[in-house]
Ligand binder design. Structure first.
Ligand code: HEC
Ligand code: HEC
Length: 366
């Protein structure tokens, strides 16, 4: 690439960044500051996002390693698939975060050790590098801190991190691998460091959507998905909460799936005890969402079609939601075709490495 090509590329990526962040920037800046400084901040935001999108457009790979681990990422990958981390050596992280399903679970509630049922749907653990909060209620602030959760959760791996480390210390192969990578015997801290490092390699951006945005080539995205993108950003208001390169603003919002009765997971409120947080959940990113069903914290929707129909008219599903976001209080009045188009757009966020579940994803069709 010569300098001119690089400049054009950067400009294109800037527009891409602006599309994903602009809404947020404007929503938060409006009224707060003078017009002049608004422009300066907007330019700054575009710059930062350009850089982020640029980095995002160079995926580091992940989940491909075979043989003896020599880096902390590779060692973390081995541990991610290691059943000995669970009490009875029956499940690993990958049992619930299934690689072919975008590192999410296909069951509404995952089965842990002894067939115990958890209380929430297992989300994807790909594209988590930039997340400031983890879990639906945001109770973990880093991937390192998060990793201990499932190892010790009674409904998941039901072990202790100390016991997990002890087992690895009894395994000559692990001792040698930890020596090579960390110049240390296995410790709880290093187990968490390795797993978190592996998770940071699971960034995905080889998708029809990214190719279309970066190359500005309209043949790279189906016409239906292009219409869906337009709806996502405007009429359907999805961008209000699903923005940024991973389609989440990392905020906690209430989409109306809490009524204190049938739907009684109060989400973020469990952590903060602030009544304003009642029924709020961390907005999930939408990359690879076509392969990560079922959906929502409770896995109540099996398909993307059901999710979109819900957003179109939430009151049809939950009659008396508590503390529901004002953005969603009126029906969207989407036509059948418009809902198909939004689904096509969501499918276009699927990375090439995952099996496409739907014909809709094939570029150039429809
Ligand atoms: C028995 C099933 C199960 C196992 C085993 C399991 N998880 Fe999870 N995982 C879940 C569930 C369910 C959630 C959501 C819980 C919640 O939000 O309260 C989750 C959430 C996560 C998240 C947060 C994602 C986000 O965007 O907030 C990460 C990261 C994660 N798990 C990684 C791991 C790692 C690493 C391991 C192995 C050490 C592991 N999980 C083992 C079921 C499981
Ligand atoms: C007011 C904020 C808000 C708006 C607007 C919004 N979402 Fe969401 N979205 C969320 C939250 C919060 C969740 C998680 C809710 C839960 O788990 O109970 C979610 C979950 C989802 C999921 C499920 C993801 C998963 O992995 O389970 C999909 C798909 C989705 N939204 C797509 C959309 C689409 C398409 C639109 C526009 C029609 C939209 N969202 C509008 C906040 C929002």
């Amino acid at each position: 690439m010569d300098i001119q090509q690089v400049a054009v590329k950067l400009l294109q990526i800037s527009f891409y960044g602006w599309e994903l962040w602009g809404n947020f920037a404007l929503r938060n800046l409006e009224g707060m500051i003078q017009k002049k400084s608004r422009v300066v901040i907007a330019i700054f935001a575009v710059g930062v996002t350009s850089l982020m999108s640029f980095l995002k457009s160079e995926p580091t790979g992940g989940y491909s390693f075979k043989g003896s681990p020599t880096t902390k990422e590779q060692l973390g990958e081995v541990l991610f698939f290691e059943k000995a981390l669970s009490l009875d050596s029956s499940i690993s992280c990958a049992s619930c975060h299934i690689p072919e399903h975008g590192f999410a679970d296909t069951a509404a509630f995952s089965h842990g050790v002894g067939g115990k049922l958890g209380k929430r749907n297992a989300p994807s653990c790909a594209n988590v590098t930039d997340r400031p909060y983890l879990f639906y209620d945001g109770r973990a602030a880093s991937l390192e801190a998060q990793a201990q959760g499932p190892i010790e959760d009674k409904n998941e791996m039901a072990n202790t991190i100390g016991e997990a480390a002890r087992r690895l210390n009894n395994d000559a192969q692990y001792v040698a691998w930890f020596q090579k990578v960390f110049q240390s015997a296995p410790t709880p801290e290093l187990i968490k460091t390795a797993i978190a490092s592996f998770e940071r390699t699971l960034e995905t951006s080889k998708t029809p959507f990214d190719r279309y945005m970066v190359n500005e080539d309209s043949t790279l995205l189906s016409i239906s998905a292009q219409r869906g993108r337009e709806l996502f950003f405007n009429k359907a208001k999805c961008i209000e909460c699903h923005f940024s390169p991973d389609f989440t603003g990392d905020e906690f919002r209430n989409v109306g799936l809490f009524d204190g009765k049938k739907y009684n997971d109060s989400g973020r409120y469990n952590i903060t005890k602030d009544p304003k947080d009642m029924g709020k959940f961390k907005v999930p990113g939408l990359r690879n969402v076509a392969v990560t069903g079922p959906y929502m914290h409770n896995g109540m929707f099996k398909t993307l079609k059901e999710v979109i129909e819900y957003y179109n008219e939430p009151a049809k599903v939950v009659k008396h939601p508590i503390n529901m976001d004002t953005t969603l209080q009126k029906p969207l009045h989407l036509s059948k075709q418009e809902m198909v188009d939004i689904e096509a757009f969501l499918v276009s966020l699927t990375d090439d490495r995952f099996h496409y579940k739907s014909q809709l994803s094939a570029p150039g069709k429809k």
